[in-house]
Design a protein around this ligand. Structure first.
Ligand code: ADP
Ligand code: MG
Length: 394
């Protein structure tokens, strides 16, 4: 079921979109839909290896305002990227065009594939998730589009089918072979809950993270290295090759003994070790979070970062600098742990921090990052929030 909630942040987002829609298309939008980004506390690059991840939907989202236009064209204007694109409902071939509307086209195609009759619409979209920073603005755009289409077509898809449809859109229309975590979190998020998702069978256990004394601080390195997309695909194929050499269905089944397998080269041993240890860390972190054992959760985050840096080799100097700064500040200074989050090669790091020290920590991390890299970071706190929903139009 699509839920409908209203918060003050949404009121601001919908007011802004309503004005932008009126300015561009005349008249009022008919439907508002929103879908959140996500932060993954731990469990990086494990999703496409059928492993464990521990994400939460965040209180930042992609919001779309739309109205049917009685044509066979979809026009979508993005305030976040200041672009407008139009495509025809006759043009739903799964070919990436390098446009932001590819995400929308892919989701529309998914509905058509299910026999749903989609007609044209005009839309304005905005997002307070930084684009391309590892917080999943892409899944938020897909899931917001799917939620919008459910309302416009009066055809509900099951939440799991919605996540899968959006993942397929990203695979086929954008060309990114992502796992299911981002779309899953955006659909299934709940206030104050993390999701321990088993990517083998997509079973999820909600894990409470309601302690008001700690917060997750997102630190955007504000760099994105070119390697991000190409190396993602390289890692994925390295994992597939290693699991086939090990005779496993996926690296989810790798054990300690796998690391000594004679067919694996040194690089493959590193990749397998990351997936094996990260799956263990992720399951431990879920239990430790439930017990509010923040010191232990923090240690697991630091260990995850070290493994991503040394074994999986997807970090970069800027993300390493942020994590080192956090480690130097330490528990006494109010930081339990930190790690890069998302695919890597730039984007964001997250830190588990004491709420009481937040202001001072933000100032200190930003200042030390500036000294080390000469780059301005952006910092903000996130809380686990609700999944995609329709927002009442007034
Ligand atoms: P992430 O999902 O971590 O933010 P991606 O590279 O997967 O990074 O997705 C970012 C891309 O998603 C952007 O470059 C853009 O094409 C698209 N996108 C997401 N949200 C929006 C939006 N509100 N407006 C325009 N494009 C968007
Ligand atoms: Mg993405």
């Amino acid at each position: 079921m699509v839920r409908a909630l209203t918060t003050s942040a949404q009121v601001t987002a919908t007011d802004l979109l309503r004005d932008a829609f009126r300015e561009r298309f005349d008249g009022q939008p008919q439907v508002f839909a929103r879908a959140p980004g996500r932060v993954n506390l731990i469990g990086e690059h494990t999703d496409y290896n059928q492993g464990f991840v521990l994400p939460m939907a965040i209180d930042r989202a992609c919001t779309i305002a739309a109205r049917s236009n009685e044509s066979n064209h979809i026009t979508i204007r993005s305030l976040a990227s200041d672009e407008e694109q139009t495509f025809s409902l006759c043009d739903l071939k799964p070919e990436p065009k390098g446009l932001f509307s590819d995400y929308v086209r892919g989701v529309v195609a998914g509905f058509c594939e299910r026999g749903v009759s989609v007609t044209g619409f005009d839309a304005v979209v905005d997002s307070d998730i930084p684009l391309g920073s590892g917080l999943s603005s892409s899944a938020a755009l897909e899931v917001a589009t799917a939620t919008l289409l459910e309302e416009l077509t009066e055809h509900r898809v099951s939440p799991m089918d919605k996540a899968l449809l959006c993942q397929k859109a990203e695979h086929q229309f954008v060309g990114v072979p992502c796992g299911l975590m981002d779309q899953y979190a955006s659909v299934f998020g709940r206030t104050d809950q993390l999701m321990l998702l088993d990517c083998r069978d997509n079973e999820c256990r909600y894990v409470s993270m309601a302690d008001p004394s700690v917060a997750l601080l997102v630190i955007n390195s504000n760099v994105r290295h070119q390697l991000a997309e190409s190396e993602y695909a390289v890692r994925k194929s390295q994992c597939e090759s290693a699991s086939s050499k090990l005779g496993l269905q996926s690296l989810r089944d790798a054990g300690l003994e796998s690391l000594n397998h004679p067919d694996l080269d040194d690089l493959e041993v590193k990749r397998v070790r990351h997936i094996f240890t990260e799956n263990q860390r992720t399951q431990s972190a879920a239990g430790e979070t439930e017990h509010q054992a923040w010191g232990t959760v923090g240690e697991l985050m630091y260990a995850s970062h070290a493994s991503l840096r040394d074994d999986y080799q997807v970090s970069c100097a800027e993300l390493d600098a942020i994590v080192e700064i956090c480690q130097c500040i330490g528990t006494d200074g109010g930081i339990h742990g930190a790690r890069m989050t998302g695919g890597g090669f730039g984007g964001c790091a997250i830190a588990l921090v004491e709420v009481a020290r937040l202001k001072e920590l933000c100032r200190r991390i930003a200042a030390e990052y500036r000294i080390r890299t000469e780059i301005e970071s952006s910092l903000f706190c996130v809380r686990p929030g609700t999944g995609a929903e329709i927002i009442p139009a007034s």
